[in-house]
Design a protein around this ligand. Structure first.
Ligand SMILES: [Zn+2]
Length: 83
C-alpha cells in the first residue's frame, strides 16, 4: 500500500446533503500532514477550499474519507468514480 506524503494529491469524499440533493463526491485534495492512522487535507472544491484533519483512508467512498485517485480506463469506471 502506497503511503501518502505531504504535497501529494488524493481524493477526499465530500459529504452529501442531508436531504440527498447532493450525493457524496470525490474532490481533489492536497496532503498537508501525515500521521500513523490519518492525514490532514486541503480540499479543493469547485467553489472553494477547506481544510480537514484526521481524515481516514477508505475505498468505500463514504463522506469524510480519502482514497488514492483511480486510474480511469472505461466509461463505466468513470461513472463509478463519479458517484
Ligand atoms: Zn475518488
Amino acid at each position: 500500500m502506497t503511503q501518502p506524503t505531504i504535497g501529494r494529491i488524493v481524493h477526499y469524499v465530500s459529504y452529501g446533503s442531508a436531504g440527498g440533493e447532493y450525493k457524496p463526491a470525490c474532490r481533489a485534495a492536497l496532503v498537508t500532514e501525515v500521521r500513523e492512522d490519518d492525514i490532514g487535507l486541503g480540499v479543493i472544491n469547485p467553489t472553494g477550499l477547506f481544510f480537514d484533519r484526521q481524515v481516514r483512508e477508505s475505498d468505500e467512498h463514504t463522506g469524510g474519507t480519502w482514497h488514492w485517485p483511480c486510474v480511469i480506463t472505461t466509461e463505466q469506471e468513470a461513472a463509478d468514480e463519479d458517484r
